[in-house]
Design a protein around this ligand. Structure first.
Ligand SMILES: C[S@@+](CC[C@H](N)C(=O)[O-])C[C@H]1O[C@@H](n2cnc3c(N)ncnc32)[C@H](O)[C@@H]1O
Length: 283
């Protein structure tokens, strides 16, 4: 068997990224992108493809790994989840999520939030396992070791439950930013991308102080193999022709809010989603 190669990167990756994320919480809660006032009214920002793929969550327990300040997490409560737990390593994000939950009238019996590193999730969350472990949309790129991530996340899936991941497609990491059509970067690189970029995807020109980031790309095969290796059964791997932001300047925003290549261009996958189950005792 060919083991997944190890990723490399600076030893201070966690502190570096946490400082960046801590600072961006206030920026994001004030942004048009996250539209907190709109969220307070609508209470649900889950994308249609996720709704269709995750299915009915009524009465189920759900753990959201890398939950940011909880909009997605609380959306699942609105959709009927019995109890949700959000985990993120950013204290300001978790504080904001707790405030938002209280504002919406959800007590800790419906929604609780934990500040912890995702690799420490098994020790940090209140319950041993959950019906649904939900994560993604800009989560895996912050983690150096996808095998350890999969083992941790899989250990928290209850028998008969599943993990659902929706992520940006790693093929995008290999293509040029302008057209998204030229292979410019190494798809298989295991090196960290260390960058200094002010602002955020909610406002690229926002003045910010903690601008260093350490990220990694994870080829699709690594992610799926890690989930299977952690004992989960892959139910589906879907690839999507749309994404959630202007990843390449050639993309166009469609009426449904997603970004796609113009109709005259051959398509590539821009996002993917995976459902991976832990078989129950009878299966
Ligand atoms: C792009 S956001 C996730 C976005 C989320 N889907 C949303 O839009 O609300 C990535 C999140 O991962 C968190 N994060 C990054 N590295 C982490 C780690 N090692 N452990 C826990 N959380 C981490 C960040 O604090 C941030 O909130």
């Amino acid at each position: 068997m060919c083991p997944t190669p190890r990723h490399t990167g600076p030893a201070d990756w966690r502190e570096t990224n946490r400082a960046r994320w801590d600072e961006r919480v206030a920026l994001h809660t004030a942004s048009e992108y996250y539209d907190q006032d709109g969220f307070r009214r609508v209470r649900d920002v889950i994308r249609d493809f996720e709704t269709a793929e995750v299915g009915d969550v009524t009465g189920r327990t759900l753990l959201h790994l890398q939950c940011h300040f909880g909009q997605d997490t609380l959306s699942w409560v609105h959709r009927g989840a019995a109890h949700v737990v959000g985990l993120d390593f950013s204290e300001p994000a978790i504080e904001t999520a707790r405030e938002l939950a209280a504002e919406l009238g959800y007590g800790p019996d419906r929604a609780s939030f934990v500040a912890a590193d995702v690799y420490d999730a098994a020790e940090a969350v209140p319950d041993a396992s959950y019906d649904i472990v939900y994560t993604g949309i800009g989560a895996l790129n912050w983690l150096p070791d996808v095998v350890r991530w999969a083992e941790t996340a899989a250990s928290l899936v209850a028998p008969g439950g599943f993990l659902y991941l929706a992520e940006f497609h790693p093929l995008c990491d290999a293509l040029d930013e302008e057209t998204g059509s030229r292979i410019t970067y190494d798809y298989f690189s295991r090196d960290a991308w260390v960058e200094e970029t002010p602002g955020s995807y909610t406002d690229f020109s926002a003045p910010t102080a903690n601008n260093r980031s350490v990220e990694w790309q994870h080829p699709l095969g690594d992610v799926i193999t890690a989930l299977a290796g952690a004992g989960l059964r892959i139910d589906f791997l879907h690839e999507h022709d749309m994404t959630m932001f202007e990843r390449f300047r050639a993309l166009r925003r469609n009426d449904d809010g997603f970004y796609r290549f113009p109709g005259n261009r051959p398509r590539i996958p821009l996002m993917y989603s995976v459902k991976a189950s832990r078989p129950g005792p009878a299966e």
